[in-house]
Ligand binder design. Sequence first.
Ligand code: PHE
Length: 343
Amino acid sequence: MKEDITSIQTEALSAIESAESLQQLDDARVAFLGKKGSLTAISAGMRNLSKEEKPIIGELLNVARTAITDKIAEVKGKLETIADQKLIEGVDVSLPGRVLNEGNLHPMTLMRDRAIQILRRLGFSLAEGPEIETEFHCFDALNTPEDHPARNDGDTFYFDASEDGLRKLLRTHTSSVQVRTMESQKPPVRIISPGSAYRRDEIDATHLSVFTQLEGLFITEDVRLSDLKGTLEYFFQALFGEDTETRFRPHFFPFTEPSFEIDVKLKVKGQEDKWIEVAGCGMVDPAVLQQICNSREDDVFSPDKVTGFAFGMGIDRLAMIQWGIRDIRHLIDNDTRFLKQFA
Ligand code: PHE
């Protein structure tokens, strides 16, 4: 038996040594150490040995097993190194790698999403409307008379009139979504609508001809001015921090009465505090509700039944306040030195 063990060990070590692949190595392992392997078979014979022989043979078997196992590990290491080398054969590992630039969300996207998130917590849901609008949805339904300055060719981008004489335009504000929503839903209405608005403005540090607004509309029974004020104060504090100061200045919009502009106090280190206008708002004018009743041909939005508030804010302005951006044009330049700061 001793001789058998020694010869199996010798045979095994040479088989392992000459393995040329990981597969051959594993075959050798199975042949000697596997369930039906030759060393395993001999171990089974231990049962028939005398008391004196058992420890001696057992010791020999252990030595053989250890020697074979160690050899397998050694050869495996070598074969793996060879396989690795083959893998990168002909590859110049000193070549510089390809740089993958990581992107990040645009500050306008970040600001829009945060604003939506806060307003959704207050129960507002998202609504949509077209950017190419009719004069009706942009102006007439919003109680804006024919001679209102916002309707000038000089202020608004108009398309040529179609055959029926109707002129379409690029919406000058997202307030047209108020009309679209009231046309298609019934009270209670509690919506927000972020999107582009277009004006023939002179482009400078605070104006673009395409900018982003976020419209809000809340209509149900007994909505009050205090609801409007509380909602927007909460919004700006949730957005900019609890100590954010806001101010409501009386203003005029054709579609709200009373109307206000809202300023937020901008605090930039090393500069004097400055009030920045961020939104227009007010209580929905009964004339608008009446106009909606007329075009719906029902009275669910009758000013005798419901009241509401509306607001529209500039998301660009909010972003400028949030990050102390001094020039609105940075938001459309796509200069990665600027954009990377928001990663
Ligand atoms: N649409 C107005 C603007 O663009 C803002 C506004 C919205 C005012 C809703 C009142 C109510 O200036």
